[in-house]
Design a protein around this ligand. Sequence first.
Ligand code: OMD
Ligand code: FE2
Length: 436
Amino acid sequence: MKLSYMSGFGNEMESEALPDALPKGQNSPQNCAYGLYAEQISGTAFTAPRATNARSWLYRMRPSVRHTAHFSPVSYPNWLSPPSTGDHDLPIGQFRWNPVPLPSTKTTFLNGVKTMTTAGDVRSQSGMASHTYAFNDSMTDDYFFNADGEMLIVPEQGRLEIQTELGILEVEPGEISILPRGIMFKMGCVDGAARGYICENYGARFTLPERGPIGANGLANPRDFLSPVAAYEEKDTPCSVQVKWGGKFYQTDIGHSPLDVVAWHGNFAPVKYDLRLFCAVGAILFDHPDPSIFTVLTAPSNEPGTANVDFAIFPARWMVAENTFRPPWYHRNIMSEFMGLIYGQYDAKEEGFVPGGMSLHNMMLPHGPDAEGFLKATTADLTPQKLENTLAFMFETRLPQQITAFAANLETLQPDYIDCWSGLEKRFDGTKEGKK
Ligand SMILES: O=C(O)Cc1cc(O)ccc1O
Ligand SMILES: [Fe+2]
């Protein structure tokens, strides 16, 4: 399906699926056109500063409150939120997993989300969770919203059709989407099966990082973010709305589709972004900058420069640095790094980190290129070289990430991951050249 989008990040947009469905010059007229109800959804406190204030006005067939009186509990046992309880004796360490297998039975998105790590506290609205998803069945009469946080969706396999209150997005591997907190949607899979990653952000919303001396352009450019145009679903048959709220799940019945928004305006809207449009900036003489140079989106905490969670990528790019160890240096990091691979090969790992796979290098735990990668990088001819067909990413948070029991027991966990560094022998032998 060829879909239309509106361009920009965080700017005011407006869209109507029927002519003149949007009120002119005001938000809440005595009567809205077409007999629609006006409803505001706010994504920040009413009084948040203008720079961060986010809300949208929705003109819909029925107000969202038109559902049965009760929310009854439902269970998605593999979708977890922090703080993790009872998991405190889980091992720390460097972890790497092969991809979760695609489901062999009919599985919808909500059943296909599996939490790998959690950080912070969902109820105090700080921290994040890293999930994988794998599903093969589209949601039809059930809809979902996440009151706990926004969801950054990173497909690795299979296109997604995400029908939201504000319109429809199609998102393919190489693209990402942010589904704001509270916005209702149903998730469809276009290609039979879909797999990928989710960062559920409980803190302040993702925004674009400051560019500092980089200037007014580069990195993720705002015009490349796309929001959907209004598209309503008129369906007057029994449906169900599932909710994630306070780390738990609930459902309520509703006699119609909640995606009945005919027109909307505002700056609180789903977006998608093609990571291949990221304008990478890097070293053009020697060394390589910290990976923060590849930050696509950052969700700030109250401590300046110290993100609740950053989303960084390692895209195709030229490597030109002279007399330089070009892959990531060995490091220990106060922030904790959950990584995934969308396609290709990551330059710090010669093997073992595969598309759909995941790794976790937690707070202050050492890591870096594997032994083979080290050998290759220290003997390479340092001509300009293009890293082609590669796209890895990192969810990096200031908080430690606790792995879930699901992740610790996943059959795709690589028990011998640590061995990828065991070939890094002592090369010091008292001579300046070191042992070869
Ligand atoms: O661990 C990783 O592979 C990600 C990473 C890359 C890099 O170039 C510097 C630091 C860092 O954490
Ligand atoms: Fe790292």
